[in-house]
Design a protein around this ligand. Structure first.
Ligand code: 26Y
Length: 822
């Protein structure tokens, strides 16, 4: 046992002070008089890291001593958010750190704000992976998260002249104290080239894959500590590099610049996160990224398994591997390749191991979002994997043909290979064929999966399907981001709710307590005032903290219908213009979110929001009653400041399109009431909080489908609804765009003549529902009461609950408490 110095582990204020100064000196090489804000941030970060490392080492040791099944989460994205504050919360030393810094004449918030967040994800799917890592550690479940250490994460968004402008996210520019490079843990990854088959001397078929490129993946580990437990799991992200030896040939032949080129190509693989969510791009580099991280991860897991003295045939007893959507689904083919080509297993034995190892989570119903790879492109990157997939498919279809009694339509829908002018590989089908469990992310989503995209799979193996409704971690999304509300809640019901969110139920009995109601309203107002300050700093728009904070923050997407929201803004504005004395409950509309850089329509929606804002915000007739804000660069850092200030949460996607949503949960947990459609997890939120505390509008998923098959005509709604017509005409005539009647043409045409997402069909129902919201907000106490009941009933939506379900029903893993000694 190593004797660890107290200055590296102690948790009291005095020790923390000593440790910060110590790290300032020995890590940053500074003393207080010359230390910068970043020096102090680093000194504090290393102080926290020391405490994490103690728990991390203890966890690894504990895991290796016994035989425990380990969860392996494979995800191309992890949207972690800043580490410092969260680690202080989970270590239970937030107050102590605050005090220590205060005594040193420093301010913790000021250091926390110095951190550049790792934006290694696009949105919901990446953030879910981060919440799940937090819950796995908090529930003391042995787990490893595997992914890619992108050098550039999701782009930074700026708004210029109302348009989105992208800038690169150089998040590593000041170094990263939260990761440890494990140079000794690395794997070679082959790409491209060709495959040869031959029979060896013993009459065994052998395969040689001769690649045209080899890249090296190096492990970078980030410790993930659970809330007030010792368990500290690993997030292992792979960085691509050139192999140590590769450039000799080019060097020796004097081709220096070619050697440098090759090195750049290798490093390119983990260079940048693709900023599209829900739209496929079919780029070679993206396939290379997926294969790169999956192959590194599987080789790593096999190494861990074998070093435990286990047999390769028992791999599934050491690891349960979860596929976060199809992005890592090539793992199924790679597992087969490793087992058959590298470990000499027979095909059927390898397939048995593979199909007992993997489980697949689907995150989308949008058919255009399902990953497909052109077969020739796939072959050019992964020639051996194409053969393997063809063999998987051949054997699978043989079985299926009998099961479906030759039904050609079913066979081609289940086939992993799609036919057409060009053949392609359907990754969702590969994931389904190779997994023992398949799940959706909300009850409605899972039902729709079974009825639509995965219908034939459900008919084939209903026992594989289950629902696992998403959840969010209350540590980051309440304790860290909303300390005032956290303290108020704890003053009434204690702190147990932080780990057992169901205990929020105990708040219900205070919902009529006048003092508590007042405190509740005070906290909300204070958070709104703080956000108002940030808004004016960032956008120069002055907003009234007493107004309804009406908030829609999420990726910009037609199916999420930010344009429906803006049509409501225009409608209220027109009411004022038509009657300046009209009674309008003051509102602040806050929008935030990024549009994929190549998604024209989404970028146009951003421009529209800003254009409407420009007119509404400065019109004297409005008298400040309406304000429209587009808060730039929505990310985890900004989200943490926005959620606590929300009165109203906009969850207005076309029913049947949002798989779950998780922002809906975070906003509701922070006391916002929801206006929403019956989509994704909204359905379950409404069931929990009670229909009287939820503003429901719009067509149901079923009605959307029926309306479409009956021949939906959006123009009909335009012609027959004068307010809707006026709003759309104003947009197209250039009322909001300095009389430029061209910019929004594409948007308007798509609404009038196509309207895939039923914006016009839901418009009136939405506006009517918003009128009820305004009416309800007039009675502040009644609103506060609804808000309290709403929070009290949100217990289900903790990611702890989700993870418990995955552990019990899919992974069959148990918790392994970690003890610290020396
Ligand atoms: C294929 C590639 C372009 C791609 C990249 C990222 C496709 C999809 C994505 C991201 C999808 C995503 O974030 N989906 C969201 O997952 C959340 C977590 O389950 C859901 O709450 C949310 O409804 C869903 O849109």
């Amino acid at each position: 046992n190593v004797l660890v110095e107290d200055a590296r582990t102690g948790l009291d204020v005095e020790t923390l002070k000593k440790a910060i100064l110590n790290n300032l000196f020995y890590v940053q090489g500074k003393y207080p008089e010359i230390a910068t804000r970043n020096d102090y941030y680093m000194a504090l970060a290393y102080t926290v890291r020391d405490r994490l490392l103690q728990r991390w080492v203890a966890s690894v040791k504990q895991y290796l001593e016994g035989k425990h099944r380990i969860v392996s989460y494979l995800s191309a994205e992890y949207l972690l958010g800043p580490h410092l504050g969260n680690n202080l919360v989970n270590l239970g030393i937030y107050k102590e750190a605050e005090q220590a810094l205060h005594e040193m004449g420093l301010n913790l918030d000021w250091l926390i704000e110095k951190e550049i967040e790792p934006g290694l994800g696009n949105g919901g799917l990446g953030r879910l992976a981060a919440c799940y890592m937090d819950s796995l550690a908090t529930l003391e479940v042995p787990a490893i998260g595997y992914g890619i250490r992108y050098q550039f994460g999701i782009f930074e968004q700026d708004i210029r002249d109302g348009w989105q402008v992208e800038d690169t996210d150089n998040w590593l520019r000041r170094g990263n104290p939260w990761e440890i490079a494990r140079r000794e843990i690395s794997y070679d990854i082959k790409l491209g080239g060709y495959v040869q088959h031959y029979m060896d001397r013993d009459g065994k078929f052998r395969t040689i894959w001769t690649p045209d490129l080899i890249v090296k993946g190096v492990a970078y580990d980030t410790p993930i500590v659970g809330y007030k437990v010792n368990t500290t799991n690993t997030l292992r992200l792979w960085k691509s590099e050139a192999p140590n030896s590769f450039d000799f040939q080019s060097f020796n032949s004097g081709d220096y610049s070619n050697a440098v080129n090759q090195k750049i190509i290798c490093e390119n693989i983990s260079k940048v996160l693709y900023p599209n969510d829900e739209t496929r791009s079919g780029k070679v580099l993206r396939l290379q990224q997926q294969y790169f991280f999956v192959s590194c991860s599987l080789q790593d897991m096999i190494g861990i398994h074998l070093r435990q003295g286990e047999r390769i045939e028992d791999f599934q007893t050491t690891f349960a591997v979860q596929l976060n959507d199809t992005h890592p689904a090539v793992a199924i083919a790679e597992m087969m390749r490793l087992l058959v080509d590298e470990y000499d297993l027979e095909w059927v034995d390898a397939w048995r191991v593979t199909t007992r190892t993997f489980a697949y989570t689907n995150h989308t119903l949008l058919p255009e979002a399902l990953e497909k790879w052109d077969m020739e492109l796939f072959a050019s990157v992964l020639p051996r994997h194409l053969e393997i997939i063809q063999e998987i498919n051949r054997r699978f279809l043989d079985e299926v043909t009998v099961r479906v009694y030759g039904d050609q339509e079913k066979i081609s829908s289940l086939s992993i290979i799609g036919e057409g002018p060009r053949r392609y590989i359907k990754m969702a089908n590969l994931a389904c064929a190779g997994s023992f469990a398949i799940n959706g992310v909300a009850a409605l989503h899972t039902e729709l999966l079974k009825q639509t995209v995965l219908k034939d799979w459900y008919a084939l193996s209903p026992e594989k399907f289950s629902n696992k409704t998403n959840g969010v971690t209350p540590r980051r999304w309440m304790v860290l981001s909303n300390p005032k509300l956290t303290e108020l809640i704890s003053s009434k019901i204690g702190e147990n709710w932080i780990k057992h969110l169901d205990e929020l139920k105990n708040l219900e009995k205070f919902a009529d307590d006048p003092e508590f109601l007042q405190q509740w309203m005070d906290v909300k107002l204070e958070m709104k005032t703080q956000l108002a300050q940030r808004i004016v700093n960032r956008t120069n728009i002055k907003v009234d903290p007493e107004s309804i904070f009406d908030i829609q923050v999420k990726r910009i997407h037609e199916y999420k219908r930010q344009h429906l929201n803006i049509l409501h803004v225009i409608t209220l504005y027109n009411r004022i213009k038509q009657n300046p004395e009209a009674e309008i409950v003051p509102r602040t509309f806050v929008f935030a979110g990024k549009a994929a850089p190549g998604y024209k329509q989404a970028k146009l929606i951003i421009k529209l929001i800003n254009s409407v804002g420009e007119i509404v915000n400065k019109d004297p007739d409005v008298k400040g009653r309406l304000k429209v804000v587009f808060y730039p660069n929505y990310n985890v850092t900004n989200a943490q400041k926005i959620y606590p200030a929300a009165d109203l949460s906009e969850q207005i996607s076309t029913a049947g399109k949002e798989a779950s949503g998780t922002g809906n949960m975070k906003l509701s947990l922070n006391g916002a009431l929801t206006i929403g459609t019956l989509d994704g997890a909204n359905v379950e939120i409404r069931e929990c909080v009670g229909e009287e505390n939820f503003f429901l509008f719009g067509l149901t998923a079923e009605e959307v489908e029926n309306t479409k098959s009956d021949g939906y005509n959006p123009f009909h709604f335009y012609e027959n609804n004068p307010n809707l017509k006026l709003a759309l005409d104003q947009i197209s005539n250039g009322y909001f765009s300095h009389l430029d009647d061209t910019i929004f043409k594409d948007l308007i045409n798509s609404l009038l003549y196509d309207d895939q997402f039923m914006v016009l069909a839901d418009y009136q129902s939405y506006v009517d529902c918003q009128d009820q919201v305004a009416e309800a907000f007039k009675d502040k106490v009644k609103w506060a009461r609804m808000s309290i009941l709403n929070v009290a009933r949100m217990g289900k939506f903790s990611s702890d609950r989700s993870i418990r379900e995955y552990c019990d029903e899919i992974w069959k893993v148990k918790s392994v408490p970690v003890t610290l000694n020396g």
